[in-house]
Ligand binder design. Structure first.
Ligand code: PRX
Length: 647
């Protein structure tokens, strides 16, 4: 299990920010004296209007950790203004549209001006510090401008992934209680249009608090218009002043809220505070990607996800980089798209998800080798475990054995990469996220919270606070405490299973709760089940994950219909449609097994652990079934299980 090792080339090591010795020394220092370490780094990576009183206060025990208290700063100022003296004419955003012929470049000076203008537009709409703004946009420069304009005036952005449905958008708008939504008339994806504005209209039908919708014109197609509520972005921007002071924000003021799925209940609004988040996004971007001035950096993540926040927008801009914003998809116009983008823009760092790598690998090497890829120097992956075979393909074929791969483990909640090989500082092991970042103390523990020996699987916890950690769950401190700090008092419980080998390399196995990862997208069993239960014919449902060669996991649903309802192919189609409508196309059920009942404990809790084993045909060791209310249910479920397709 300690795996094959790949050393980093001498050439790479010579220019890397951190050597192996430096990593060991810096890591030890960051753990021994975290306040000193983070205080120094916060000054190096971020410009403060006023320094903090205390680097770190609070504890995991009390779930009241706070970073850089009383420090004053502004995120947009740090991403833009402070670079103007030296980088005004450097490209900040390098945008390529869905159609490869569409390219836009915005320098730091231009991006600064746009952000200031939009900041003024928002102020004119009576948006104040602390107000929440929902951004539901395609991957176009205006999406980044919107995020930074919010940050500039102290509004809290809540970006909702453009692939979420109107219902999912509505739930997020309601929870975050915003008065203004920024969207586009349509999005474009693989040549097809996506009706974003129409979804917004539908979402806010019953949300009277939304009084204004600002619409970017991305396509020429007309969309329904409410003259009282809707305004064109470009009309508002035309006469907006170019000067907009950056609001003084407290380090603990929220910068953004981003919704993510938990195992139960509705998606939770993860709140990130300005100070700690920015320090952590900047420093991790710099070290993990071995970022150097002049790099052309491309993270394929949509801004609707945390990876898009930290490593498409904030990290690279904080470090004065050129960040590629890509509207398209890897298979359009053909499977060479990513490699063509890399050649065209001389991309040096490429960061994507295992699901995309698996999909491209399946199409064969010729799509890759057709492109040169000479500019590439580093590759990255995030979001789910990467299988060693897929890692090797990425390394050998895409990176031509010359580019280190940084397999970065982290979460929406952690704000930035937590476990990742620092390239240059350690050899790589395919399938392992390697070692902790500075200041991060991960451990693998048993049910009682004791460290397990090397090589043994257990639950992943983090033992010390780090600056990127979430501040709370929006309007739900109780869920914040219960979800992360209750299981192992004094530790942050990550919700993942992992092993740590004798070389102190971490191997992430997957979630140990009811959170699923489909094509790298995080979905909760609970929300999928609620979506199914919305159908009048359904009385009970449980959804689990089963392996899928490209998506990583796909969705297997066990469904109980109401007594008077017959099962049919038509009903199956309706259920699939319904879940897609309520959540979005990322939530497409792959298998539906009809059943008369679900295995439940005597207290009525669905035993998803058992269902997972049944769906996966892993029947040898069903575990403790003594608490089952009706053991007969299990036999029936096994008898009628669906054979997984060979995908
Ligand atoms: O299960 C882990 C998996 O993704 C989860 C977090 O999902 P999300 O909040 O959507 O953030 C994803 C992007 C940061 C984790 O609990 N995960 C993330 N990165 C890895 C991973 N699993 C294995 N290896 C990784 N590198």
């Amino acid at each position: 299990m300690s795996g094959k090792e790949y050393p980093i080339s001498t050439e790479f090591v010579q220019q890397a920010h951190v050597t192996p010795e430096q990593y060991d020394a810096l890591y030890a220092q960051s753990i021994r004296a975290p306040k000193q370490f983070w205080g120094e780094k916060a000054l190096k990576f971020i410009t403060w209007f006023k320094p903090w009183n205390e680097v770190l206060t609070g504890s995991f025990e009390k779930a009241n950790v706070s970073w850089f208290q009383e420090g004053k700063l502004n995120a947009a100022y740090n991403c833009l203004d402070r670079h103007l003296e030296t980088r005004a004419n450097q490209v900040a955003i390098l945008w390529e549209g869905d159609d490869p012929s569409e390219v836009r470049k915005l320098t730091y000076a231009e991006l600064h001006e746009e952000v200031c203008r939009l900041g003024n537009v928002l102020k004119k709409q009576r948006i104040k510090k602390g107000d929440r703004i929902c951004i539901y946009m395609p991957m176009i420069p205006e999406a980044v401008i919107a995020m930074l304009a919010c940050a500039r005036i102290g509004a809290i952005h809540s970006v909702v992934f453009g692939g979420f449905s109107a219902d999912a958008l509505k739930a997020r708008i309601e929870d975050v209680d915003c008065h203004l939504v920024i969207t586009a008339n349509e999005g474009l994806r693989a040549g097809k249009t996506i009706s974003l504005k129409k979804n917004v209209d539908e979402a806010i039908q019953d949300c009277p608090q939304v009084q204004r919708v600002i619409v970017v014109k991305r396509t020429e197609n007309a969309v329904p218009w409410n003259a009282v509520r809707d305004v064109w972005y470009h009309d508002l921007m035309a006469d907006a002043p170019k000067q907009c002071p950056a609001e003084m924000m407290d380090a603990s003021d929220p910068l953004f809220i981003l919704y993510t799925s938990g195992s139960t209940g509705k998606p939770k609004g993860i709140v990130h505070a300005t100070g700690g988040y920015l320090v952590y996004a900047a420093i991790t971007h710099y070290y993990v990607f071995d970022y150097h001035a002049g790099d052309i950096y491309w993270c394929t993540a949509d801004i609707g996800w945390i990876t898009g926040h930290s490593y498409t927008v904030y990290g690279p801009l904080l470090n004065g980089g050129t960040t590629v914003i890509f509207e398209g998809v890897p298979h359009y116009p053909d499977f060479s798209r990513c490699w063509d983008v890399i050649d065209k823009h001389r991309v040096t760092i490429f960061y994507t998800a295992p699901t995309a790598i698996r999909a491209l690998r399946r199409e064969g090497d010729a799509w890759v080798t057709r492109a040169e890829r000479h500019s590439l120097k580093l590759l990255g992956t995030v979001g789910e475990p990467i299988n060693p075979d897929v890692w090797e393909w990425y390394y050998n074929v895409v990176g031509e054995k010359r580019c280190p791969i940084v397999d970065t483990w982290w979460q929406t909640e952690t704000g930035g990469a937590m476990i990742a090989p620092l390239p240059g500082a350690m050899p790589l092991k395919p399938g392992s996220a390697a070692k902790p970042f500075f200041g991060v103390v991960p451990a693998v523990v048993d049910e009682q919270g004791h460290d397990v020996p090397a090589g043994v699987m257990g639950k992943l916890v983090i033992k010390q606070p780090w600056p990127g950690m979430m501040q709370t769950i929006y309007k739900n401190r109780e869920r914040f405490i219960d979800g992360y700090f209750k299981e192992f008092p004094g530790y942050y419980a990550a919700g993942d299973d992992a092993r740590c080998d004798a070389d102190n390399y971490f191997w992430i196995v997957g979630r140990n709760d009811d959170v699923l990862k489909v094509s790298g997208h995080r979905l909760g069993s609970g929300e999928l089940e609620s979506a199914l239960l919305h159908h009048a014919a359904i009385s009970e449902a449980a959804v689990v994950g089963v392996p899928h060669a490209v998506k990583g996991e796909s969705l297997y649903a066990f469904v109980v219909t109401k007594a008077d309802v017959g099962i049919s192919e038509q009903l199956k189609k309706e259920l699939i449609q319904q879940v897609r409508r309520l959540i979005g196309p990322i939530a497409t059920l792959e298998y539906i097994q009809w059943t008369d009942g679900l295995p439940k404990t005597r207290s009525g809790k669905i035993m998803r652990r058992l269902l997972r084993k049944i769906a996966n045909n892993d029947l040898k060791e069903l575990g403790d079934v003594s608490t089952l209310a009706d053991p007969q249910v299990v036999d029936n479920l096994i008898k009628n299980r669906i054979d997984l397709r060979d995908v």
